[in-house]
Design a protein around this ligand. Structure first.
Ligand code: NAD
Ligand code: TYD
Length: 360
């Protein structure tokens, strides 16, 4: 691979897939190596339809970020210009049922990757262009009440094993900048939605359940608030941070689109009812089912994205209403993709998570 090569970890997952596809199409100068362990959330087939010119600049490597030997070999062979680190266990509910996998992938995994990147950077005489971009979440900041926003200075206060493991990984990344000078960047982003999201997360799960006329499980009172960002906007922000961000800095990324879960589900019901010719009397809203709340469920997330807007001139391009429609249409037009990711493992997960939530 040529000198303009980026190592993307976890690129067969939701955001990584969108990042690779967007970057290959918008940046014909860049090459990408995608290292992914292909857990339940990874799908290498997401790149089967790349055109020939893009496919030439893309390489998939099946492997784990904790495999130091593999990492050393990849750095040596490809002399990466930068690393964009997505690989992680990413679902809060799974972290409640099985936290250890989150410690292993998110904390140990990030540590091994930092070690390998750090050794490569030291031995290749600290190239000035090298960057290590760690993709993190706003969940590290904990929960907000009705007022206020997360800034880059908000103290970390994670609630779930997922957010605790992401917080720990952020601390390691920051420590490698402060201690060894490795040129790291951290982004903390709000909830993403869009194509290729695994149907365990709120928006794709609800879309599929509405199509299949299954119950729509809303946790607690359904009034928890998230700040939604269309995944293509997140990917543009990441490229901006990678190319213009200052090493050692953190950037919050958010959509400025705060919504209660119940509002999202109502919106999805209405969009799909129109597409599926369901009448008002037969509205999918009737499928809504309030279930046992998530343990440690954060009430509200909201991002103050002033820093990235002012310093890197980034702001979201998509309006929530338009991008939600695009997302619904993508799922309706890609039912084979959905079938391909719903393995036996997926069915087991749905049973485990939702059986235990039934209210008597
Ligand atoms: P995802 O679960 O869809 O994908 C994760 C990918 O990482 C999968 O392809 C999986 O196979 C791979 N992976 C897991 N463990 C690995 C390991 N040990 N070695 C190599 N690959 C491994 O997740 P996502 O939603 O695309 O999130 C990507 C990143 O963005 C995560 O770090 C997540 O914390 C962060 N993030 C996500 C959101 C969101 O709304 N989805 C918001 C902010 C930040
Ligand atoms: P999720 O998509 O899991 O993202 P996160 O927990 O990282 O914010 O959940 C988004 C919100 O939707 C969160 O408040 C939990 C809620 N939720 C439900 O009410 N029902 C569900 O079945 C799921 C998966 C999530």
């Amino acid at each position: 691979m040529p000198t303009n090569t980026i190592l993307v970890t976890g690129g067969a997952g939701f955001i990584g897939t969108n990042f690779i596809r967007n970057t290959l199409s918008k940046r014909p100068d860049l090459y990408i190596v995608n290292l992914d362990a292909l857990t339940y959330a990874g799908n290498p087939g997401n790149f089967n339809d790349l055109d020939a010119a893009m496919a030439k600049r893309y390489k998939f490597v099946h492997g784990d970020i904790r495999d130091t030997g593999l990492l050393q070999k990849l750095f040596k062979e490809n002399k990466f210009k930068s690393v964009v680190h997505f690989a992680a266990e990413s679902h809060v509910d799974r972290s409640i049922h099985g936290p250890e996998a989150f410690l292993e992938a998110n904390v140990e995994g990030t540590f091994r990757l930092l070690e390998a990147a750090g050794k490569y950077w030291e031995t290749s005489e600290k190239p000035e262009v090298f960057r290590f971009l760690h993709v993190s979440t706003d969940e590290v900041y904990g929960s907000l009440e009705a007022e206020g926003y997360f800034t880059e200075k908000t103290p970390y206060d994670p609630s779930s094993p997922y957010s605790a493991s992401k917080a720990a990984s952020d601390h390691f990344v920051r420590a490698y900048f402060r201690t060894y000078g490795l040129p790291t960047l951290i982004t903390n982003c709000s909830n993403n939605y869009g194509p290729y999201q695994f149907p365990e997360k709120l928006i794709p799960l609800m879309i599929l359940n509405i199509i299949e006329e299954k119950p729509l499980p809303l946790y607690g009172d359904g009034k928890n608030v998230r700040d939604w960002l269309y995944v293509a906007d997140h990917c543009d922000a990441l490229i901006r941070v990678l190319e213009k961000g200052k090493p050692g800095e953190t950037y919050n990324i958010g959509g400025g689109a705060e919504m209660k879960n119940i509002e999202i589900v109502h919106g999805l019901c209405d969009l799909l009812d129109a597409r599926l010719n369901r009448s008002v009397n037969d509205s999918s809203r009737g499928l809504i089912n309030f279930v046992e709340d998530r343990l440690g469920h954060d009430r509200r997330y909201a991002i103050d994205a002033t820093k990235i807007r002012k310093e890197l001139d980034w702001q979201p391009k998509y309006r929530f209403e338009d991008a939600l429609e695009k997302t619904v249409d993508w799922y309706m037009n890609n039912m084979e993709w959905i079938d391909s990711v719903r393995s036996g493992e997926y069915r087991k997960w749905i049973e485990l998570n939702y059986q235990s939530r039934k209210k008597e």
